[in-house]
Design a protein around this ligand. Structure first.
Ligand code: HEM
Length: 358
């Protein structure tokens, strides 16, 4: 398994949907080869860089195949610390993972039948998508515990795909490097608590593929943090301090959607984020959120929302509910959006994307 079996997320969780993926583990390298790509069930590294590439005009299939072959060789070397790239000389891979995905647009451009389950993400009410951060033909998620690995590895990938895949947008994401427990987002709330533990059921498809939704969501920190604490907690549906669902005691307690106060109101308000996003409304289907905080040069801050799931229709359903009722929608605005099919992992001697183009 590309995602390093011993590092499976939430393996020690005690509740139904377990604690989020915050145990970073200690191995400096994450195996690149395997039936599933790494960077999905890998406990989140402290940094992520997501790059959206466009197919250069006039590129033919063989050129793309060659570039993906070169990426495979380079990714295998860089993630294992065997790279001879000068920019990475003398460094540790710091759990570098390189996860490659293909959009529905790429399938169309190449005249291929879409990957089973692929959808077009519709426009959601309230989104204010920036075309320069939305859509892409190929997406790459690079993650590592050392941001220099991301800069070095991305530069190598860009060079190898020069003239074939053009970088259209990229976003760097951060997680705390020294925090114990679930990381907090910029609103100050623990984010990543209720993640699935049964990834075979919720994330992986039988062939080892999955889907990745990327959203760049601007967060209005001054507006949210100006709310009195009880109002902030009502927006999320959890305690800011402990992360426990409202009405519960500890972070890992179940979200009780039915609990009512003495005067008959829901303990977890009708507009609370954790109610609107709850898997109960999706027949129990769940997504694996692996998000990061971002900060850009123009002063925008937000959530680099990265979520892996077996069926992207789940995202569409959840986002539709959030767009309609979620109290968080008054404090957030989606500026970038993309969906990628993440093909199965790469066996020794194979190349990324052979399942699609081989
Ligand atoms: C839960 C924050 C966007 C899906 C949570 C929690 C927080 C949070 C604090 C509770 C802790 C946890 O379980 O992780 C945010 C912020 C967002 C955002 C600040 C935007 C800036 C989204 C989006 C989706 C989403 C776009 C999906 C469309 C979920 C799900 C849960 C969750 C599925 C778990 C609900 C449960 O089962 O209890 N989010 N979120 N979130 N969020 Fe978000």
């Amino acid at each position: 398994m590309g995602g390093a079996a011993g590092l499976a997320i939430g393996a020690t969780a005690s509740c139904r949907r377990g604690k989020g993926p915050h145990d970073t583990g200690s191995a400096p390298t994450i195996p690149f080869h395997g039936g599933r790509q790494a960077g999905v069930d890998t406990p989140p590294q402290t940094h992520a860089l997501v790059v959206g590439y466009a197919l250069a005009p006039g590129v033919v299939r063989d050129q793309l195949v060659r570039a993906l072959g070169d990426w495979t060789t380079a990714a295998s070397a860089m993630t294992s610390g065997r790279s001879s790239e000068p920019a990475l000389a003398g460094t540790s891979p710091a759990r570098l993972t390189i996860t490659v995905g293909f959009s529905g647009g790429l399938f169309k451009a190449l005249g291929l039948a879409p990957a089973p389950g692929m959808v077009d993400l519709p426009a959601f009410p309230g989104d204010r998508l920036d075309p320069n951060r939305t859509g892409a033909d190929v997406g790459v998620q690079l993650c590592a515990d050392d941001p220099m690995q991301l800069a070095g590895a991305a530069a190598v990938l860009n060079r190898l795909a020069d003239g074939v895949l053009l970088p259209r947008w990229q976003r760097l994401g951060l997680r705390p490097t020294r925090q114990v427990g679930t990381p907090r987002n910029l609103f100050g709330f623990k984010d990543g608590t209720a993640n699935p533990t049964d990834l075979d059921r919720h994330v992986w498809r039988p062939d080892g593929s999955t889907f990745l939704v990327v959203r760049q969501i601007r967060m209005d920190v001054p507006k949210f943090t100006a709310l009195p604490l009880p109002d902030q907690e009502a927006v999320i549906g959890r305690s800011r301090e402990s992360g426990a669902p409202l009405g519960a005691r500890v972070e890992t307690d179940e979200v009780d959607l039915f609990a009512r106060t003495d005067d008959g109101a829901y303990v977890i308000p009708a507009t609370a984020h954790v109610r609107a996003a709850h898997p109960r409304f999706d027949g129990g289907a769940e997504m694996l959120r692996r998000g990061y905080t971002y900060v850009d040069g123009a002063g925008e801050v937000g959530l680099l929302f990265l979520a892996f799931m077996r069926d992207p229709e789940l995202f569409v359903r959840v986002q539709r509910r959030l767009s309609a009722v979620d109290g968080l929608r008054h404090f957030t605005e989606t500026r970038g959006s993309a969906l990628f099919w993440i093909p199965p992992g790469v066996a020794e001697g194979d190349w990324i994307g052979s399942a699609l183009l081989g």
